[in-house]
Each structure stands twice: as C-alpha cells, then as structure tokens.
Write a new protein. Structure first.
Length: 408
C-alpha cells in the first residue's frame, strides 16, 4: 500500500490555472499519509492546500529552461537517442519532423536536464513500494519521469491526459512530440473523457490495458436557488481566449427577445473583443463581466444567485468541462457546443448540445426560446442535478481513482 503521493503539476498551487485540481486534491490528501506537490514552475504566492500537502520547489526558473550540457549529453546518448528515434517515428511525416527538429532537440535537452536535477535531489527518497508518482498532465513531467524510468525500471508512474497533451490536432502540425514515449513509459494513463480514450487508442491500440477513464469531478454544494422570473439569467465561465468563443455568446444575445442578464466568469487576452461585443448589445441585455475569480467565489455566487441556463461555446475541449459539471451540480440546464468530452455531460438529461460550428444565430435561437422550453422548470433542474450526481460526483469519482493509485 502506497503511503506517500508525489503529485506533479505545471504550476499548481501557484498562479490561477489547474483550478480543477482544487476539487481532486482533498481526496488525495485524505487517503495518502502525505502528498508532495511538485510544480514545474513555482512563481508568486501559492494557494492554500489541504493539511498533509507539502509544496516542493524542485527547480529554479533558470533550471527549468536550462538544457543539458553538451558534454553530459554525450554521456547520455543512449537514452537521448531512444527518445529521439521514437519521436521521429511518431511524426506524421518526415517533413513535419524536419520542420520541428530544432525545437524538439531543445525540448529534449531541457527534459534531460530536469530529469538529471530531479533524480539528483529526489531519487534517494523514492521508495517504489511506498511512493506513488502521479503526473497531472502527460506532458513535461511525464517526460522527466519517463526518462528516469529508462534509467531505473523500478520507477512506476501514472498520469492524466486531458486536452493539449492528448489530441493530435492541438499540437503544431498534428505532432505530439513526446506522446509515443509517454504512452510507452507510463504505467497508467487516465483520460478525462471517453472521447479522449478513444482518440488515444486509435493511435496506440497496444496501450489498451493502461489507458483508463477517470473524469474530472466536482463537489456537492446542493441544488441552487431558482424561481421563475421575467428575465433570462445566463451564466458562462471560461478563460477569455480565442478557442472559448466568448464573443460568440455575446453576439448570440442580440437575437434574444426580452430582458436578459448575462454573467461571465473569467478573464484573458480576448477581453477587449468581448467588451466590444458587449458594447454592441441592445439595451434589453445587461452584462456582468466578473473577471478571474477563485473557484470558491464562483461556487459561492452559484449558491446565492438563481441561474436559468449555463452556456459554453468552446471550440475544443479535452474532457467533460468542469465549468459545465459545476453548473449541472446546482441543477442548471446546459447549452454547449459539441467539442471533446462535452457530449458526455451535455445529454438529453442535462440540456442542449449544439454543433461545434454553431453560429450566433444558432445559439441565439436556443436562448430566445429557453423560457418556453421544457428546461425552464424545477423538474428539469432536478433531472440535471441527478445526472451530475450519477456521473460526476467528486467523492465517488475520486474515491475510485485513489483506490487505483494506492495499488499502482
């Protein structure tokens, strides 16, 4: 039985990203005697973590980006060549490999240096029978752990694969440079949607026994407040980046008749575009751009404010988005574009799934008719929450995941 968990993240608990780990970490901390967090990048003020969680800082910022010295690379050529050849063989074409070869070489040297430093500082504390290694992304840390495993076959690790680290179309020219290496080296890979698992196994059918489904999940905060009103209350939650298509949501509201209140949580580089779209809205639409908020504040808002419908227009997703799950847990009906694992949370039981290439008019038509649809009522909201409870309830989903990690 494993007693200590080493959890590898991009930045968490630093920065504002990886917020969904806030839902999972308490269950990990409750079942392991100790959790050590290893963020690749540790900048700024960390967020609070549960008792029993220690935040380590394995690298300085200079070390994160430093390549392995050439003289060390010469001594480490067998491992470097193995990863190089595997990546080259996995490239979609020789032309794609040639195009990205210089960048890949740089990434490989950085990974080798990180692995050298990490092994020097931490390998002596690793006890395979007592320590579980778990990378929250199948990306930079999975490369480090895979390289370590090449040198020490006793190293065993699991990883999550979510979006940018999984789908070929998310990578430049469709080439996930280290993915073949990750799939070979990881003991278990947890995808966060059936769509992701199917995509991965199409490319790596030999990994069928190690690729498993484990949704991200959300805690139970009870059914949200609600009663009918003459205003349509819409909420959305995502970063303001191009792929989330938040300006499209704003544009859709021009096609909704009657009073509308739209509240959006999230910020990002697309904010000016969103604000411009908001300024063009007619006077029947009132908008609150809440900016970036801690997840606890978003949850508190849901508990205090009635919402009629949650809207999600993202062009691409890895799994069943946590933002949709959280809304569904409060009984809020969902309207979303079909991307990645979205269809695993937006079903006939929870709302309306729209084509991925939806237009402002498509979304506007659904929202315009929402208050006269079967989704506008207490019974529908209980149904939405029941589906969430059966599929995305954190204590059940993460309980099963921890059971598996403890026996890895």
């Amino acid at each position: 039985m494993k007693q200590e968990l080493w959890l590898f993240t991009m930045r968490f608990p630093f920065g504002h990203g990886e917020a969904f780990l806030e839902n999972e970490l308490p269950y990990l901390a409750a079942r392991f005697g100790r959790v050590r967090l290893f963020p690749l990048l540790a900048e700024g003020k960390p967020r609070p973590v549960p008792e029993g969680v220690l935040v380590e800082q394995p690298f300085s910022l200079e070390e994160v980006y430093r390549p392995l010295a050439l003289w060390r690379l010469l001594a480490d050529l067998p491992r470097a060549w193995r990863v190089w050849k595997q990546a080259k063989d996995s490239a979609p074409s020789p032309a794609v490999f040639a195009k990205h070869k210089a960048e890949f070489r740089s990434q490989l040297r950085q990974a080798l240096e990180r692995e050298r430093l990490f092994r020097k500082r931490w390998a002596g504390r690793y006890k395979p029978d007592e320590t579980c290694l778990y990378s929250f992304w199948t990306a930079d840390w999975a490369t480090v752990l895979g390289l370590w495993k090449l040198d020490n076959p006793g190293v065993r690790f699991s990883s999550r694969m979510m979006g940018f680290d999984m789908f070929a179309h998310r990578a430049p020219d469709g080439w996930q440079r280290f993915q073949a290496f990750h799939v070979q080296q990881a003991g278990r890979i947890y995808t966060i949607a059936k769509a992701g698992r199917e995509h991965l196994l199409e490319r790596f059918p030999q990994a069928k026994d190690k690729v498993r489904l484990s949704y991200l999940a959300t805690a139970d905060h009870g059914l949200g407040p609600w009663s009918p009103r003459d205003v349509l209350r819409i909420v959305s939650c995502s970063n303001l980046v191009e792929l989330k298509r938040v300006p499209l949501i704003a544009g859709a509201l021009r096609h909704v008749h009657g009073p509308v209140e739209w509240t959006h949580f999230g910020d990002g580089p697309d904010r000016e575009r969103v604000e411009a779209a908001v300024r063009a809205l007619p006077p029947n639409v009132r908008v609150q751009l809440m900016g970036s908020q801690p997840n606890s504040e978003v949850i508190a808002w849901y508990r205090a404010n009635p919402v009629d419908v949650f809207v999600h227009a993202s062009r691409t997703e890895g799994g069943a988005p946590v933002a949709l799950q959280e809304a569904a847990s409060f009984g809020i009906p969902l309207v979303a574009a079909d991307a990645g694992g979205v269809r695993e949370i937006v079903t006939d039981a929870t709302g309306t799934l729209l084509p991925n290439d939806l237009t402002e008019e498509d979304l506007g038509a659904v929202l315009d008719g929402f208050r006269h649809s079967a989704w506008y009522g207490a019974a529908a909201r209980r149904q939405v929450r029941a589906f969430w409870n059966d599929h995305f309830r954190a204590d059940v989903v993460y309980g099963k995941l921890v059971d598996e990690l403890l026996t890895e």
